[in-house]
Design a protein around this ligand. Structure first.
Ligand code: T46
Length: 137
């Protein structure tokens, strides 16, 4: 996995009624949460993402269904299957990510350490690579 990307297995609060998972800042999620959003109803054959963040830290969970996430730190690409509601993937800044192969009914829950800010996105791959090089210099 790219540096800063981590798989986190959540504690299941299950009983005979079913399951519950809680995401608490500093305990289950390694940053303070300011925002949650969820992605659902993705049309068949559609891919999403295709950007990196300059500063934002996020954690992504397939709470239902599955998809593949491609992670790219500018040097290497890794594919991770998100297919468990009890497992999250941290998405640090400066990792280009693309979500592919959405299963029907896939619901992705994402928590983030800041509010939505379009200025934090690098949506052009060449710009992303330039920023990777600038930060390495
Ligand atoms: C990310 C991946 C995993 C808002 O107005 N507020 C929000 O909090 C978000 C996340 C999006 N938007 C608007 C911006 C666009 O007009 O919703 C629209 C769809 O967003 P976008 O095309 O960026 O969606 P994805 O699925 O490509 O990317 C999203 C997140 O934006 C992004 O931060 O890391 O999921």
């Amino acid at each position: 996995l790219p540096s800063g990307c981590r798989i986190i297995d959540f504690t299941m609060r299950g009983d005979e009624r079913g399951s519950l998972i809680a995401l608490e800042a500093g305990r289950d999620v390694p940053f303070d949460l300011k925002r949650a959003y969820y992605i659902f109803g993705t049309q068949e054959g559609v891919s999403r993402g295709f950007h990196a963040h300059k500063c934002l830290q996020q954690l992504i969970v397939a709470v239902s269904g599955s998809c593949t996430i491609l992670l790219d730190d500018g040097a290497e690409q890794t594919r991770v299957l998100l297919d468990r509601p009890d497992r999250g993937l941290t998405l640090p800044p400066m990792v280009w990510h693309e979500m592919h192969d959405f299963s029907p009914g896939c619901v992705l829950l994402v928590v983030a350490d800041d509010h939505y800010d379009e200025a934090d996105y690098l949506r052009d791959y060449a710009d992303f690579l330039r920023e990777v090089e600038r930060r390495a210099a």
